[in-house]
Design a protein around this ligand. Structure first.
Ligand SMILES: [Zn+2]
Length: 271
């Protein structure tokens, strides 16, 4: 079996080879961010619409992840490796669709509650659990980032195994949709995001955000570019790209409003 061959390559043992492909995939090191996509969802071809154009050897890759690949005797050696890559791609793309369904959101919620995606490194965020997010829904473009709902900023995963996961396997809408469906889980903000606060308070909060951003850059390596040593805080603040939460391409309303306000204050205090 192909699966056994893959397992022997990656773990050096064949003790797990009775497991199905998805269990094997989920238990492999580095795949801790993924949740289980229910078989019913995968077997409903409607849910997979369009994926056949994204994945080469689509039917064989689908058969592999659903354990329907009858025999790989006919598969040539050079195809085996690429079929494994295509199966991972297919699972990742299905995963991105699955985690924005009600059942998928519930599965990811369990992982979020266990802080499976890590915690925010900012002191003010008080170990807020993070959520994975993609910067694009197109595969092979950007690796996965982690979103903190408290400071509304993005971080790179600490481990290089997680850092190399494709962001398209989580998609751009997932964390924001989760908070839309479970609004009671939205954490209080770390700064004072009081929309009615006067300019002196807001300048302080803005400065703190920039300071937090700089500290984070030193810690993790920034998502935003151009913030570094030798660059003035004001110039950095103007240059830094802010992350904009979006659901299916639309900006999340409350946060979009808050960001417009924060940027107006920032521009006023910088100029
Ligand atoms: Zn945070």
């Amino acid at each position: 079996m192909l699966r056994r061959a893959v397992e022997e390559l990656s773990t050096g043992s064949d003790s797990d080879y009775s497991k199905c492909w998805i269990s094997w995939f989920l238990s492999s090191k580095g795949n801790e961010y993924f949740c289980e996509v229910e078989e019913d969802y995968i077997l409903d071809r409607f849910n997979l619409t369009g994926l056949n154009t994204e994945v080469t050897n689509y039917s064989q890759a689908l058969d592999l992840i659903t354990d329907n690949l009858e025999s790989d005797d006919d598969i040539q050696d050079e195809l085996r490796g690429s079929l494994d890559v295509q199966a991972r791609l297919l699972y990742g793309l299905i995963h991105a669709r699955w985690i924005v369904t009600a059942r998928g959101l519930a599965k990811m919620l369990e992982k979020y509650k266990k802080a499976d995606f890590g915690r925010c490194p900012r002191v003010l965020c008080q170990s807020q659990p993070l959520l994975p997010v993609g910067l694009t829904d197109i595969p092979y473009e950007k690796s996965v980032k982690l979103y903190c709902a408290r400071c509304e900023d993005l971080y790179s995963p600490k481990s290089s195994r997680h850092g190399s996961i494709d962001g398209a396997y989580f998609g751009t809408s997932f964390p924001h949709l989760l908070f839309l469906v479970y609004p009671h889980l939205i954490p209080p903000k770390s700064g004072p995001p009081d929309m009615t606060a006067g300019p002196s308070v807001s300048r302080e909060s803005d400065g703190r955000r920039v300071a937090g951003r700089r500290a984070r850059d030193e810690l993790e390596g920034s998502v935003a570019e151009g913030v570094g040593e030798g660059v003035s805080t004001a110039a950095a603040a103007l240059k830094a790209d802010r992350y904009r939460p979006k659901i299916f391409g639309f900006q999340v309303n409350e946060i979009a409003k808050l960001q417009r306000w924060q940027e107006a204050i920032r521009d006023r205090s910088v100029h």
